[in-house]
Design a protein around this ligand. Sequence first.
Ligand code: NAI
Length: 251
Amino acid sequence: GKTIVVTGVSSGIGAEVVRIARFAGARVIGMDRNDPSLTLDGFVKADLGSAAAIDAAVAQLPERFDALCNIAGVPGTAPVKLVADINYLGLRHLTEQALPRIPRGGSIVNVASILGAEWAQRLAPHKALAAAQGFEAGAHWLRDHPVPQETCYQYFKEALIVWSATQSQTWFLEHGVRMNCVAPGPVFTPILGDFVSMLGQERVQADAHRMLRPGFADEIAPVIAWLCSDQARWISGANIPVDGGLASTYI
Ligand code: NAI
């Protein structure tokens, strides 16, 4: 079986990935700032929005593991700096620190969002931010290019999709490690209510009318787990919507 490191295991989508990956025979090492309620094969408690905390946490991970699922995240109701540090800069830092421990054939999965779908509208700044490599350089770039509170969640999910696609190219060629995004639509988890505060009731209603219903964590998790499997060995640099068709209504 594979060994998989999963962030955000203590709630929602991350907890569901733990459940199905362990059921399928994987060893799962969890990371979260909160204690998990599910049984794991290992757990590292860490604030994944801090580079120093991430470095200390990576030192506690196995020497080798087959996949990293970056699922931890906060909604756009959190302060912009936290959204940047947790949803983007910390994710990037953890992934860079973890890469030397992932052998050829390994897989990295980043959870983006339907709210990152409009990345092409801001491609130039997202590429510039991706080029500012390292936590500090990224934070410095963001001090010069501030992101407003109202759209920060969308901005950093877009930035994640762009970084993931661009970075995946060299990592696949040079290390044989795949990296992809999964972009869920609205999912029934504790953060769903925050999207109403972020987007306004009107936008959430409009989205709801373009969808059959919000999703459940067990409709997102299988795609994340499958991207970690060898069946997905020729998929790299992709962003896979799992949203009941919501993304297609943007076309
Ligand atoms: P959730 O709130 O149920 O779970 C998030 C987990 O991340 C929690 O266990 C939390 O403790 C952990 N976390 C947050 N900040 C952390 C930090 N600084 N350090 C360590 N752990 C931290 O949320 P959900 O819905 O499971 O979200 C998972 C991912 O899916 C997030 O990246 C979110 O942006 C994304 N997403 C969620 C959607 C939804 O409607 N629920 C829609 C689209 C994307």
